[in-house]
Design a protein around this ligand. Sequence first.
Ligand code: B3K
Ligand code: ZN
Length: 881
Amino acid sequence: MRSDTGQVFRLEDYRPSDYLIPRTHLAFRLSPENTLVTAELTIERRDGVARNAPLVLDGDELMLKSVRIDGKALDNSAYKATPDQLIIKKPPAGKKFVVSIETSLNPAKNEKLMGLYRSSNVYCTQCEAEGFRRITYFLDRPDILSVYTVRVEADRGEAPLLLANGNPGEKGTLPDGRHYAVWEDPFPKPSYLFALVAGDLGRVGDTFVTASGRNVELGIYVEHGKEARAAYAMDALKRSMRWDEEAFGREYDLDVFNIVAVSDFNMGAMENKGLNLFNDKYVLADEETATDADFANIEAIIAHEYFHNWTGNRITCRDWFQLCLKEGLTVFRDHEFSADQRSRAVKRIAEVRTLRAHQFPEDQGPLAHPVRPRRYREINNFYTATVYEKGSEVVRMIRTILGAELFRAGMDLYFERHDGDAATIEDFLKVFEDVSGRDLSQFALWYHQAGTPNLSVTSSHNPTTAEFTLEIEQSVPPTPSESRKRLMHIPVVFGLVGSDGEDIAYESVEGATVDNGVIHLRKRRHTVRFSGVKARPAVSLNRGFSAPVTLAIEQKPEGHHFLARYDSDLFSRWQSLNTLFTDALISGFRKRRGGKALDYPAELAALVGDIAADDDLEPAYRALALTLPGEADIAREIGTNIDPDCVFEARDALALSIAKTNADRFASLLGRLRNKGEFSPDAASAGRRALKNVLLDYLSVASGDPALAEREFIDATNMTDRAAALTVLAHRFAGSPQTVAALAAFEQRFHSDALVLDKWFQIQAAAPGPASVDTVAALMKHPTFSLANPNRVRSLVGTFATANQTGFHRADGAGYKLFADTVLAVEKRNPQVAARLATALRSWRSLEPTRQGKARQTLLAIAATEGLSADLRDIVERTLA
Ligand code: B3K
Ligand code: ZN
């Protein structure tokens, strides 16, 4: 394992490399334990660089076999090779020369899953961010764009399929049962987009005709026998390709587009040019094995990786500090795609829930960093919710500020101006300034400054003067290494809602720029005065979650009740109900902490019942509305001195109050929602299942009897309903005979399908209560579990650490112990996955003192481990700082 060098990379240190690599020829002679890679790099000295300046190439755990320049072998003294670097001390003085490098690799032993590795006997690669240097020595940085030709050679029996980026070229057979294929990618690309796959896989094929009439061959490769499970992914791919033409005018540019599903993958998927690699979890789906959430994720991730073809591949990043240039923007694009394919309001609510669950704690804790970070020790630790999700919110705000038309004009200019570039955030902002004439310099702070801004709002109404006034104050809390914050430009979409539920018209406004229903906050305090407002309105602020801020608004519960029923903005209706839930839960928590009895306002339960029964609202929306904030959400809102057991009890009691009040209504609604027809994964059908399953949970809580969930489990005809019923059994009726039987039946039925068994791991890992520590420890010995497979680790231990507040934070520290042992065991194989897992303790400071002390000891123990990887050390030290 490469241990930590302690090196810090800084944005301000960026400088272009001395040399360029306009052409790259790679030849792979594949063999599981001894693969030979020949790289022929055309090197070009950059203008202004001294002749003979040393050429320093990156490596990582490489073994050099030979190096030549312009065909001639180099003297030992002419270069220095270590596993991490190849230095050609005095390259030729000419402008261009060719360096040929041979390295040998052991893909079968590569458990880091970076570079070239084997997954279920398939050769595959992962190069982002710095995996290419594990294949050959190279200028492994995103601003080195090269045109690649790749020759792949392997045993035909072992690997009948040979794929790489770009378009297929020559292929042929060789002696000894071997064969080869050549791939050519005409588009210059950074090394992180390189990919190769070789193995024996099944193919699902299709074609796509682009807007300008070009034919593209589409292929999705999966394990033999699983082809039918790739149909939905193929459908999502074709819809993505069409959508990008329609929404952004972007056409696909190669003759083929291939996707390969592999079972050992560090993340979700990878956008390699023309050859996307996917975690099979995000390709394979049918009604028997995948939930509606899986289908929605597949649709979104297929789209995301496809959209990278323009935002990421044709225009890439100058350096890794600019990661959000491709990630934030591409997340924004996939969000818009899903919103268009499904329900916009439902999608937005789901996005905001995710943002709050993952990005807010990051921004509010020790790992906070700007959307564009200024320094890093390990770049893989910066593929974060801040870069991705907040990065997307920032792009959304640009559209809110400019309006849809100017936003599109800006995007068009971005593609036109920067196609083929390795660009920066400054380049991106400039196109929007140029098309709109607006000054976005204050807005740019969203990229540069960490932390979630808070808006605190009070209002007053003067009936005599018919004036309504909002006092809005912004503040950005300090974050690590940024104690003083500057004032931001925050676009707040709003409405003043009259007693009939309609937005009221006001005559004029002063105190802030207000245009098209957006208040532009730029100063610390704004007193925004609306005139011509006769009766006091309810204020609907931050509609559609126009800015990723927290909002403390002085509004009586009646105001929230009113908006939850009548606001014309569906997101804000949901938000109002959510605020009521959160306020109730916080006071429930405090009562519980103080040893007092829990009681919740009857009006709240009644409101929930009315929303559940409102057939004007789509079922998917109602399902979200009925879902209480999660325990971690509640803890985040409380902020400090968290006892997760009290949070759990407060939440449980609110669920019971809602369930008891509405049991009859919920039961009849559930009866109506039971699916009778054929399965379809479409959004409307999924929404009905979602609502039905939320009701199933409430009804089970109300009755205290597992019979209903048992019935639903046995009768289920698809994985969504089956997994939902099993969750109710395992979480609400742990240890009951019905639960034991259902868990065994599930295991028995799906034991040979690890991807499905992951759901079984997840459900048990998330089962609340102290016993779950032992359950998880026991499941780690299950024959399907493996510390080497990221999906297994994430499903079992990742779920336990992030979705089981009472189990993970067990007061005696047993959860932390199990967690630390696992993190360290995983780290020995795969530091990247271990580091990601370790972020689960990032909110340790918000715990009550006993747990806080135990969490800290756990982190200190990890930090004290010898030979820690750069990945894990970086996370643990920042978490403790
Ligand atoms: N770009 C990849 C993520 C690579 C992560 C490297 N640690 C997938 C994506 O965001 O589309
Ligand atoms: Zn991405």
